[in-house]
Ligand binder design. Structure first.
Ligand SMILES: Nc1ncnc2c1ncn2[C@@H]1O[C@H](COP(=O)(O)OP(=O)(O)O)[C@@H](O)[C@H]1O
Ligand SMILES: [Mg+2]
Length: 381
């Protein structure tokens, strides 16, 4: 089981210095008025896993305004390796904007080391448009679910993106680019790109099985999942090594076009996750706002069940303003399901009554004007 026992935020966003202690698995509930600092706490938790966190923000945006001190987060986490001290913050020794990661006091080589200890998955109000907006957010959502399941996936995605951005820079900046250098980068893109597509394909099969095993389809609708993408589709028809060759030739062929348009014409960076509301055979983007949210919650719960079954523990869930979308019956059912999963779930909302059904097992914090107060029950804003 992996969860956070304590969390210290220093000069992070609106917080000067606050500490949450004595946490355990189960529900951690933050209530308080708009702008109090609830989402900032969830963002802090999300930064204990690799990546840019739940807001996808720049490192400099996380810095508390008008302070000379660099932002930092320190947590104690119960992990499969026992109690581990995890830290992250602004790297003051670096010329470029970077966040440093420490594990038990030792500086980690890369952020991806965090994935060995904690996995975080989140739902935020911005994701209400996940099925309506472009494919990039859906791809990120899918890849985050895979990071939690398979820590190696984060490294693959980073290596692919680095190779692609170096290739784009060369194609853009030099009139006669070095072909050997380009060949090397395209080989790296082909290898990591096919590995990414294959990992997505294997994962989606498992996630679909977990969706199909949902106990009550009436509460959170069952989703039918599919992947769209050139590499993903080629993998259905040919062995991985052949697809790698095809992708490499394709990249070499599209150098001129890519030099003009940036990026690369095809590849797993263009893949998409397609979701259908199973009982209605309705594509998610044509479902009502409430149905879309319910689908997302259903997929997230299925993922947690899959993680619990295959990895021995569900991820830490960060559910920002999720409770407000649900009617009373679904809210109570959701808290029951979450408690049954046994992981740690952080939830926010403006009103205390949204969390009345959580019961005495939850940890309740009232957040107001960048201060946190531990309470024995949800407190009205
Ligand atoms: N870098 C920063 N420095 C100081 N305050 C910040 C910074 N970034 C965001 N804030 C402030 O944090 C406050 C709380 O934000 P948030 O956690 O999103 O509130 P909510 O409780 O509604 O989720 C906002 O008023 C915002 O202006
Ligand atoms: Mg918020």
């Amino acid at each position: 089981m992996a969860f956070i026992r304590s969390l210290q935020l220093s000069h992070f966003r609106c917080y000067d210095s606050v500490r949450l202690e004595g946490l355990s698995a189960g529900l951690v509930v933050l209530t308080g008025p708009n702008g109090a600092g609830k989402t900032n706490v969830l963002e802090a938790v999300s930064l204990l896993s690799p990546g840019r966190g739940l807001r996808g923000a720049k490192i400099s945006e996380m810095q508390q305004r008008e302070t000379g001190q660099p932002w930092a987060l320190a947590a104690e986490a119960e992990t499969p390796y026992g109690l581990v001290r995890l830290g992250t913050g602004l790297d003051t020794g670096s010329l470029t904007e970077k966040r440093i990661v420490r594990i038990n006091g030792e500086t980690a080589k890369t952020q991806t080391a965090l994935a060995e200890y904690l996995a975080c998955v989140w739902l935020t109000p911005q994701m209400d448009r996940l099925f309506l907006d472009g494919s990039s957010a859906r791809r990120k959502f899918l890849d985050r679910l895979i990071f939690a399941f398979d820590p190696g996936h984060a490294g693959r995605v980073t290596r692919y993106e680095n190779a692609m951005s170096q290739r784009s820079k060369i194609l853009r900046d030099s009139e006669y680019p070095d072909p050997v250098w380009l060949d090397g980068l395209e080989t790296q893109m082909a290898e990591t790109g096919v590995a990414i597509a294959a990992a997505r394909q294997d994962f989606i099969v498992l996630l679909q099985q977990a969706c199909d095993q949902a106990a009550d389809e009436a509460l959170f609708p069952r989703a039918l999942l599919a992947l769209r993408g050139t590499i993903e589709e080629l993998l259905q028809q040919a062995p991985a090594l052949e697809v790698e060759d095809m992708f490499r030739y394709q990249l070499r062929d599209s150098r001129k076009v890519d030099a003009r348009s940036g990026g690369a014409a095809t590849g797993p960076h263009k893949g998409d996750l397609l979701v259908v509301y199973a009982a209605k055979s309705m594509p998610a983007d044509q479902c009502s706002t409430g149905e879309q949210k319910a689908l997302l919650i259903g997929i997230t719960l299925a993922h947690s069940r899959l993680m619990a079954a295959e990895r021995g523990a569900p991820p830490i869930l960060l559910l920002d303003e999720v409770a407000a979308h649900l009617d009373e019956g679904r809210r109570a059912a959701l808290y029951g399901i979450l408690q049954g999963l046994g992981g740690q779930v952080w939830m926010t909302g403006t009103d205390a009554h949204l969390f009345a059904a959580v019961g005495s097992q939850g940890r309740f914090f009232h957040v107001e004007k960048s201060h946190l107060l531990l309470c024995d029950k949800p407190v009205a804003a």
